[in-house]
Design a protein around this ligand. Structure first.
Ligand code: NAD
Length: 249
């Protein structure tokens, strides 16, 4: 493992416009289960599809109940050593952008400036109107839900309000996709941390960066589908490995 960490430090040392591509695996050390590992979120309950959310008030109620049940977890979770190491790489001018599939806001909480984080699947810490895009706070929705048994419609346009996440069946956010493409094409290194790289279109960005000339490093507990294309693969735990690599810079 020491040689692999040294190899990662060497790649980072040579980089000026690296992108870090993160998935649920970077947040498991903060206590948020990932998608596919045993005990992962979706092994316990089926996700509500976007089409059902829009068409069916009962699906919306189920979705909000689940979101409120998670509120305590979302309020308690804190960035872990992996998030902090990534924040240091941004602060040191090695990493230009963090492209994340996560919805937990932990990169921002660890000190990465908002404009350096590209959230491909949105953010669960607030909600948005699906029609006009107005921001709505979860606490206000919860208060309405507790009184009336459902979520309020948008006060500005009457549209349906939903957490600001991208659900299964929902279109990817255009602006974030364009920013992720730009950052990947400009990157000299793409470091993947904690993604099975099996959820597309998000998982296309590391390969896009690689094809455009970046080195590709993958740090994940288990094999990923893109290991064969990587310049460096480390099968290990993100917090300890990234902390050691940053220390070795
Ligand atoms: P995934 O669950 O498909 O893959 C996560 C990978 O991380 C797995 O291969 C696992 O082996 C690895 N991993 C877990 N803990 C690790 C650790 N400590 N060190 C190293 N590797 C570790 O996740 P994904 O590819 O991000 O896709 C899941 C989807 O679900 C995403 O689209 C994301 O939006 C969503 N999701 C988000 C969160 C979150 O915001 N924290 C949590 C669960 C799911």
């Amino acid at each position: 493992m020491d040689a692999e960490i040294a190899g990662l430090a060497t790649l980072l040392r040579g980089a000026r416009r690296a992108v870090v591509f993160t998935g649920a695996g970077i947040s498991t050390e903060s206590g948020i289960p990932d998608f596919r590992s045993p005990g992962g979120i979706w092994t316990k309950m089926m996700p509500v599809q976007f089409q059902d959310y829009v068409a069916d008030p009962q699906a919306r109620r189920v979705s909000w109940q689940r979101r409120f049940e998670m509120e305590e977890t979302w309020n308690q979770v804190r960035p872990n050593d992996g998030h902090k190491a990534v924040a240091q790489l941004v602060a040191r001018g090695i990493v230009s952008h963090v492209i994340t599939q996560n919805i937990d806001n932990l990169h921002q909480a660890s000190g990465v400036p908002e404009d350096r984080v590209i959230e491909l699947h949105g953010n669960t810490r607030h909600a948005k109107c699906l029609t006009c895009g107005a921001r709505v706070e979860i606490a206000d929705i919860r208060a309405h839900f507790e009184e009336h048994g459902d979520a309020p419609d948008c006060v500005l346009c009457g549209g349906i309000v939903k957490t600001a996440t991208i659900s299964f069946g929902q279109a990817m956010p255009e602006g974030e996709m364009a920013r992720a493409e730009q950052a990947s094409l400009a990157a000299d290194l793409c470091l993947v941390a904690g993604s099975s790289l099996s959820v597309y279109p998000a998982a296309a960005f590391p390969l896009l960066a690689k094809r455009a000339g970046a080195r590709l490093a993958i740090l994940n507990r288990e094999e990923t589908e893109q290991d064969p294309y990587a310049d460096l693969v480390i099968h290990g735990e993100i917090g300890p490995v990234l902390t050691a690599a940053v220390k070795a810079l």
